[in-house]
Ligand binder design. Sequence first.
Ligand code: GRG
Length: 303
Amino acid sequence: PFTLDILFPKFPFEDYMRSKAIQVNKALDDAIPMKDPIKIHEAMRYSLLAGGKRIRPILCIASCELVGGNESQAIPVACAIEMIHTMSLIHDDLPCMDNDDLRRGKPTNHKVYGENTAVLAGDALLSLAFEHVATKTRNVSPNRVVRAIAELGSSVGSDGLVAGQIVDLSSEGKEINLAELEYIHIHKTSKLLEAAVVCGAILGGGSHSEVDRMRNYARCIGLLFQVVDDILDVTKSSQQLGKTAGKDLASDKATYPKLMGLQGARKFADELVAMAIEELSHFDAAKSAPLYHLANYIAYREN
Ligand code: GRG
């Protein structure tokens, strides 16, 4: 794997991820106290606090710190992004979408609370996300807060996640090409990762050119995230089946390994991580350690 262990031999990446996740989980817990109406707040908390790697909030904080900001400036928007991510998962799992019974190892929101409550829990998380950024962000100029809110809005709506989901739904049962697959992934997965990184850089006081660089970094790792997901689907199911061809190479669903071959997809992933890391070379080397390691983690994770 392409790593920068030579530059950062001692960076304690696992400790870093663990301690940031603890901070994020505490802030998320505080953001939604149990109150009336109990049912909706319980449903919101059920999915929001159900685990998850917290990659988006950690990217947001790391990006804020890279440009000279501090964690507390980024925490409200980091929480907002995890609220939006969680609501997209709740809605994605509904019977009218993917109809999934399990998420993050637990029964899905609608399985526990019913479809009507799951829809509302998603709606409430989405609106709380924006309220949270607007009311809880401290020590950032109003102009930067508004820029972050605009960034967040555009990453979610009909130019963002929703666009990816509608095109994904419309392509069901059809053969899609690489450009169409890329469109779906850029919108369903990359856009919110991009918003996480860009909002962090905006709130941390980054210049326009720094924010642009962070956007380029985020676009690379956003696509990388999905390419690696597709590769893992193949390699994990191959291991489970003890065969050379895994689930996704055999199924109808278009994936990078299916359209590019497994080696082609791995090569593409290597190129994306190298491009992401190149963007970081323009920043202070010590401060960019977390984002170097996050890119490598996304590229070479095993699940
Ligand atoms: C956003 C308004 C609005 C509606 C939702 C349903 C929908 C529209 C979009 C689907 C978005 C979706 C489910 C994309 C997949 C994103 C993805 C890569 C999820 C897995 O992320 P991880 O691995 O998961 O970070 P954890 O559980 O670790 O957080």
